[in-house]
Design a binder for this molecule. Structure first.
Ligand code: ZN
Length: 253
């Protein structure tokens, strides 16, 4: 390892977000599709959901999906392309020699910003009409194809205006990993033009990343317990920044 890049951002919900929770949770007000919640009862975004979405959108954009015998899309497991380098490969894959292939990216579970969660609880500001503690409910109709009968179901959603604290840690082993940062950021753009969670085709799950901040730590920063000095906001990430990052990381090696 030669260093790490830590990305912090606000993940802003633009249209109702539904990331399904287990059906074992207590249902409130007839909701049959609840959202996943932390032990405190607050909705959150599992890091694995977000990572999976970033990966699949990147794979789709660059034709990196492989197919099984049934023609279903599978994540790439070549171990060589930039998608495998950034997002890793599953340990259960056939190629055992790749088992110790280090995954570069960690996407942490994203929790509601403290002030937003408080506004939601107190039903203040944007959330004055919120029905439940942190969520709203919405009826969706689906038509049974055999009987043509309407089948209305009540979905729980995180409302527009909710903001989650996002943290992504990206480990850098070599110069190519530094170049792949551009690919990672491309994934953010794909996400903003797509959706997160379920019911995207019904308009759910539009999100936006705001206040994106980058912090770097070289291996020397870890041993000296001092933070790296290459901090940047997203509009400062240019070729000069990449040059400085390479200099700092390669020098530190
Ligand atoms: Zn691959």
């Amino acid at each position: 390892m030669i260093g790490r890049l830590i990305i912090n951002a606000d993940l802003v919900v633009k249209t109702g977000l539904h990331i399904g929770g287990g059906s074992s949770s207590v249902e409130i007000g007839g909701i049959d599709n609840s959202v996943i919640k932390s032990h405190k009862g607050e909705p959150y975004i599992p890091g694995s959901s977000l990572k999976g979405k970033l990966r699949s959108l990147t794979e789709l954009a660059h034709n990196k999906m492989s197919k099984n015998e049934k023609g279903e899309n599978l994540p790439c497991d070549c171990g060589e392309c930039f998608v495998c380098k950034i997002y890793g490969i599953s340990a259960s894959e056939k190629n055992k020699s790749l088992d110790r292939f280090p995954t570069r990216i960690i996407v942490r579970d994203a929790f509601l910003k403290k002030n937003i969660a408080e506004d939601m609880r107190k039903k203040e500001g944007d959330f004055k009409d919120l029905e439940l503690s942190y969520t709203e409910s919405k009826w969706e109709n689906s038509i049974d194809r055999l009987t043509s009968k309407a089948n209305p179901r009540l979905f729980e959603r995180v409302p527009e205006g909710a903001i989650f604290d996002l943290e992504i840690v990206y480990t850098i082993y070599n110069e190519r990993d530094i170049d792949n940062i551009k690919r990672l950021m491309e994934g953010f753009q794909f996400l903003e033009d797509d959706y997160l969670g379920g019911n995207g085709t019904r308009g759910y799950g539009k999100v936006k990343l705001e206040n994106i901040k980058f912090f770097t730590k070289t291996i020397n920063d870890y041993t000296s317990k001092q933070f790296g000095d290459i901090k940047a906001s997203v509009n400062e990430i240019d070729d000069i920044w990449f040059g400085k990052l390479k200099e700092q990381m390669i020098d530190a090696k």
